[in-house]
Design a protein around this ligand. Structure first.
Ligand code: DC
Length: 206
């Protein structure tokens, strides 16, 4: 059975949490596509050519301990605007999306560019302030020194770059369910996502 769930949206809106929960619920494989860009950005920060960095990614690169840092996030967003670099990462993501047994991908362009034929699509958002607070709490828990204002400014800069680039800009697919998690608990957001996907599974492939 092939069934793809594409979950897109801005940073810290909750799409990663929802994607993991949905993958667990349905027994689908999960790919956090942002990790591909973060791992590439990390190699570029270390001096590598951007396209070469993307072409030479290994599973170990995706397990690097510092991929969640603010510096790597900003580098990921910068390198993600390079068309040749995105092109180098497309095949892997498409194969993952159409694997047997079902797949959940989360990112910025999974429902628009990587897998426009995805059977279920969600676009997860939340207010800037709530997203900044969530990311701030995560960063502080991991020991990072930062302020809420700094995190909010970083998020806004990253969203503007991710939505404003020419190639595969962040935007909702026309057929995506919009899920605003500003006032939703994790459980409630996951329940909405699961209900939508269950409905799409019931409708079969059309
Ligand atoms: O989801 P994330 O915060 O880990 O993503 C980090 C950056 O990678 C994000 O700011 C833009 C880029 N990205 C992208 O361009 N396309 C994707 N499908 C996923 C991430």
């Amino acid at each position: 059975m092939k069934f793809t769930v594409a979950i897109d949206g801005p940073a810290a809106a909750g799409k990663g949490t929802i994607a993991r929960a949905v993958a667990d619920h349905f027994g689908f494989a999960h790919l956090d596509t942002g990790l591909l860009y973060r791992a590439t950005g990390r190699k570029v920060l270390a001096g590598m050519d951007p396209v070469e960095a993307a072409e030479s990614l290994t599973p170990d690169d995706l397990r690097a301990p510092d991929l969640r840092s603010a510096e790597v996030a900003a580098a990921a967003s910068r390198v993600a605007a390079i068309p040749e670099l995105r092109a180098a990462l497309v095949d892997f993501q498409r194969r993952f999306a159409r694997r047997e047994g079902g797949a959940v991908l989360d990112g910025r362009d999974t429902g628009t560019v990587i897998c426009p034929e995805a059977e279920a699509k969600l676009y997860v958002t939340a207010s800037d302030e709530v997203r900044a607070r969530r990311r701030y709490d995560e960063l502080r828990a991991s020991g990072a020194e930062t302020t809420l204002d700094e995190v909010l400014a970083d998020l806004r800069a990253r969203d503007a770059r991710d939505a404003g680039r020419d190639v595969a800009p962040m935007r909702p697919a026309a057929d995506a369910l919009l899920l605003d998690t500003t006032d939703l608990s994790i459980d409630a957001a996951v329940a909405e996502a699961v209900a939508h996907i269950t409905k799409r599974i019931g409708q079969g492939r059309d």
